[in-house]
Each structure stands twice: as structure tokens, then as C-alpha cells.
Design a protein around this ligand. Structure first.
Ligand code: XMP
Length: 330
């Protein structure tokens, strides 16, 4: 695509001009924006870029691997992975209030990122090329809509300029590199494809920064996360198999961890948890309609989840539009 080639080339030149021989860091969330921004900057300055991936344990099945293996394989990016799963789990221990969860996840994310950034700034083994050059730049996947209305995502993994850079400590003040500032989401996806990124990343649905932490209604535990990840993976697989990925805006799968209901499997009574399927269509997430998924797709998802995921004995579908419901349950 002629236009996209131009955008890519021009952006790569602009990044080179801005960064020069200095170093840059970025945070990868697994989402399309940070991935495309990082891939582009990697093309421009190679090893002068170091990416940080904070694995908070709240991503969906396969997503950490997409970042750590597939993204790295395709881009050759210099990646610093922080396994922070235990840290997030203990910070979230016993917390049930949605806003409290968001605050904790956001706070821990910034702290972990700061620690990683400090190590990279000091120029450890992750230094890559020009390790003696200072780290002056922070790459962010800010899109045009984020620029015009700064009400964008409040996600932890989505460190947007308006609520992060000002918040970093003095010794970690960076100049922003925002190569996607003039682009809309569909253009970012086109650019991502052109840069050869895996389609699982390029076509990923919007996913909240606090991740599965706000899709468990009740306290977050490792066991509950594993149950939700398995159910979510089945729902996504069946949606993909039905060829419906691009018709659905988002498909949260929610675990009602504090609710139990009676069921029967074989000859025995079960007392398990319900899963809520929340497929929606939307243009911009401000309003949304519940998605009328074909019954056969719903049936396959239901049968597979109850057969394959221990502890889940009931599958329900949320048929509330937004408003009055929100897309997420928390
Ligand atoms: P709601 O649930 O308010 O969600 O209808 C609207 C959109 O925002 C996403 N969302 C979040 N994104 N951090 C984020 O980065 C958050 O805390 C958060 N909460 C909701 C949600 O997935 C949907 O796309």
C-alpha cells in the first residue's frame, strides 16, 4: 500500500532525526499501539531502543508469549521482561473494589516500569548499541484520537503522556517519541501489517490496561486467573473459527468468582461458578450494542467451557447495551 509505505518511511526518518545517537525506551503492553510504535522505532534506531514488558499476570492466554517470542522474532527488538506476577497478585490480595483494583494495578505498573527504566538508564546488560549514550527518549503509542481528546485509556499498561510522564520521578524524565500521533486505529493496524507484525497483535481487540484483574468479579487469585484465561481462550478460539473476529468490537469474558450455582455433570451434583460472555459491537466504546452472536457459536462456546474448564458449570450471555451497562463488568 503506497500511502502506508510513505507513512512508515517518513515516520522512520522523523524518529531518526529526533533521537540521533541517543537511546530510547518503551513499554510494551501486548496491545497494537505500543507494538506498532516499538516496531517502527526499532526500524529507525535498532538497538538504541530497549522495550520493557511488565508481565503482571493479568493478560490473556498466549499474550505474554506473543510479545516475548513472536514480536521479538519479527522485529528483533531488544526486550527487557519483568516477571511481576507475584508482585501484582500480592498487591491485589483480597481486593474486590473495581476502582481500588485499577489504582493498585496502575501504581504497581508505574513502579515496576520505573525500576526497569532505571536499570536500563544505568546501562546494564540490556544496553544494546550505544550503551554509553544516555536514555533520553520514551516511545509511546499515542494515536491521533488520544491527542485530540485526552480522555483516552486510563490503563496501566497504556502509559499515556497526560498521566505518566509528569508522574515519573526527576531522574526519569524523558522526551516523548510518538510516531503514531497523526494516525487513527485502522491506519495503525495497516502500518502494523506492513511492518510484518503477527496478526494476533495487529488485530487484537481493545483490552483494558488492568486486564483480567477487572474481569474477575471478586478478589483476584492465581487460580481464578487460570480459570478465566481458559474460558476466555475458548471463547476467542470459537469466535475466530466462526470468522467473526472483525465483526465484534470486544468480547470480554467475565468470571463471577463469588457466585456459585448448582449443576449436574454425569451423575454428580456440581456447585461451580458462572462465566459471563459479553460480546459487543461498537464504533468507539462510548456506546455499544450487545452482539447477536449466532446460536451455534454460543452453543459451541458453552459446551466447550463447561466441558473443559473445571469449576465452571454455567455460561451466560450479557444482553445489555451501553448505556445502561458498560462494556466491562467493573
Ligand atoms: P467501559 O467498561 O467503561 O469500557 O464501557 C470502555 C472501554 O474502555 C476499556 N476500559 C479500560 N481501558 N483501562 C483501560 O485501558 C481501564 O481501566 C479500562 N476500563 C475500561 C474497555 O475495555 C472498553 O474498551
Amino acid at each position: 500500500n503506497w500511502t502506508m509505505v510513505n507513512i512508515a518511511d517518513e515516520s522512520i526518518d522523523a524518529v531518526r532525526a529526533q533521537v540521533g545517537a541517543k537511546r530510547a525506551i518503551c513499554a510494551l503492553s501486548g496491545g497494537v499501539d505500543s507494538a506498532v510504535a516499538a516496531a517502527l522505532v526499532q526500524r529507525a534506531i535498532g538497538d538504541q531502543l530497549t522495550c520493557v514488558f511488565v508481565d503482571h499476570g493479568l493478560l490473556r492466554k498466549g499474550e505474554p508469549e506473543q510479545v516475548e517470542k513472536d514480536f521479538v522474532a519479527v522485529t528483533g527488538v531488544n526486550l527487557h521482561v519483568v516477571d511481576a506476577q507475584e508482585r501484582f497478585l500480592s498487591a491485589l490480595d483480597g481486593v474486590t473494589d473495581p476502582e481500588e483494583k485499577r489504582k493498585i494495578i496502575g501504581r504497581e505498573f508505574i513502579r515496576v516500569f520505573e525500576e526497569a527504566a532505571r536499570e536500563i538508564v544505568k546501562g546494564g546488560s540490556e544496553g544494546g548499541a550505544n550503551a554509553s549514550e544516555p536514555v533520553e527518549f520514551l516511545v509511546q503509542g499515542t494515536l491521533y484520537p488520544d491527542v485530540v481528546e485526552s480522555g483516552g485509556g486510563t490503563g496501566a499498561a497504556n502509559i499515556k503522556s497526560h498521566h505518566n510522564v509528569g508522574g515519573l520521578p526527576d531522574d526519569l524524565q524523558f522526551t516523548l517519541v510518538e510516531p503514531l500521533r497523526t494516525l487513527f486505529k485502522d491506519e495503525v493496524r495497516a502500518l502494523g501489517e506492513q511492518l510484518g507484525l503477527p496478526s494476533e497483535i495487529v488485530w487484537r481487540q481493545p483490552f483494558p490496561g488492568p486486564g483480567l484483574g477487572i474481569r474477575i468479579i471478586g478478589a483476584v487469585t492465581r487460580e481464578r486467573l487460570d480459570v478465566l484465561r481458559d474460558a476466555d481462550a475458548i471463547a476467542r478460539e470459537e469466535l475466530t473459527r466462526a470468522g467473526l473476529d472483525r465483526d465484534i468490537w470486544q468480547f470480554p469474558v467475565v468470571l463471577l468468582a463469588d457466585v456459585r450455582s448448582v449443576g449436574v455433570q454425569g451423575d454428580s451434583r456440581t456447585y461451580g461458578h458462572p462465566i459471563v460472555l459479553r460480546p459487543v459491537t461498537s464504533e468507539d466504546a462510548m456506546t455499544a450494542d450487545w452482539a447477536k452472536l449466532p446460536y451455534d457459536v454460543l452453543q459451541r462456546i458453552s459446551t466447550r467451557i463447561t466441558n473443559e474448564v473445571a469449576d465452571i458449570n454455567r455460561v451466560t450471555v450479557d444482553i445489555t447495551s451501553k448505556p445502561p451497562g458498560t462494556i466491562e463488568w467493573e
